[in-house]
Design a protein around this ligand. Structure first.
Ligand code: F3S
Length: 292
């Protein structure tokens, strides 16, 4: 059985940078260190950081001192202000691509423009951008949500993981109303590249395995794209979940991983797949030989 890896998979630049910043902080700073929310949607990484003394925090009200690491999704200005007021130390690991969307939103709000934010309203990245837009921000998930807009000019930014087609539809929907749109395409290429690579691979293998947190939106999306090709697709968080019957009779297996999956977990999955292959397909060829 041949295992083929998607040519773009695993940690993106922003996630890698945030984890490196967290690890550097744990090596350099004394006292309590916290991340505001899980640093990434991967339970193994979160546990690994907890073992190094970096714990997850839901709310700043729960602590009186220590260091706060802001994850790659970023936060709104009100959280930064709260950190300052409490005298906590700040390590800002906001991904620079997210920070750019926040900056644009703030500039637009400063110019008194309504800021349309294309994205998932419940996602922390969108909530952060909304914070920077102050009372000017409006979150939409798709073009169909935009009704009559009573402004001659508006701003538009996007959650970094949005599909480009969604963004273009929103630009068109606004322009159709004769509105001037200060449209900033803040979509990050990492997500699109990973999805494209996964799709191409899924179309050319017998089975797909997608590795990543079960609560990771981008990993779930990769699994959906792969299974929509008709290729049997299995979403696992770790090597222990792999089952030998999935690989029975398979010649080629494709492997991809979400943007929050560390290399070490991908390597473990790869190694375990090879072991299972030797156990199952190896046994089959041996019994075929005996039948002959
Ligand atoms: Fe940043 Fe793009 Fe990753 S915005 S966090 S590099 S998916």
């Amino acid at each position: 059985m041949e295992v083929r890896m998607a040519n773009k998979a695993g940690f993106c630049y922003g996630v890698k940078r945030a984890i490196e910043m967290a690890l550097k902080t744990s090596g350099e700073k004394g006292g309590s260190i916290f991340t505001l929310g899980p640093i990434i949607h991967n339970p193994q990484v979160v546990k690994d950081l907890a073992d190094k003394g970096i714990n997850e925090l839901d709310c700043l009200d729960d602590i009186a001192d220590g260091t706060i690491i802001i994850r790659s999704h970023g936060v709104g200005p009100e959280i930064l202000e709260q950190i300052k007021q409490k005298g906590l130390e700040l390590i800002d690991a906001t991904c620079p691509f997210v920070a750019r969307a926040q900056r644009y939103a703030k500039e637009m709000a400063d110019k008194n423009l309504i800021v349309f934010i294309l994205g998932d309203p419940g996602h922390p990245e969108v909530q952060g951008i909304l914070g920077w837009s102050r009372d000017k921000g409006i979150v939409v998930e798709k073009a169909q949500e935009i009704s009559r807009v009573e402004h001659s000019k508006v701003g538009l930014v996007a959650q970094t993981t949005q599909p480009i087609a969604n963004y273009q539809e929103v630009v068109e929907a606004l322009q159709k109303q004769g509105i001037e749109v200060d449209a900033r395409n803040t979509i990050c290429h990492a997500t699109g590249e990973r999805q494209k690579a996964a799709l191409e691979l899924a179309q050319n293998v017998d089975i797909m395995v997608v590795v990543g947190g079960k609560n990771s939106a981008n990993t779930k999306k990769l699994a959906k794209i792969c299974s929509e090709t008709g290729t049997p697709t299995f979403h696992v968080e770790s090597a222990e979940e792999l089952q030998d019957e999935w690989f029975r009779g398979a010649d080629t297996v494709g492997l991809t991983a979400g943007a929050s999956t560390p290399d070490v977990i991908i390597e473990e999955v790869k190694r375990r797949m090879k072991e299972l292959d030797e156990m199952t397909n190896g046994e089959e060829s041996m019994s075929e030989a005996m039948e002959v």
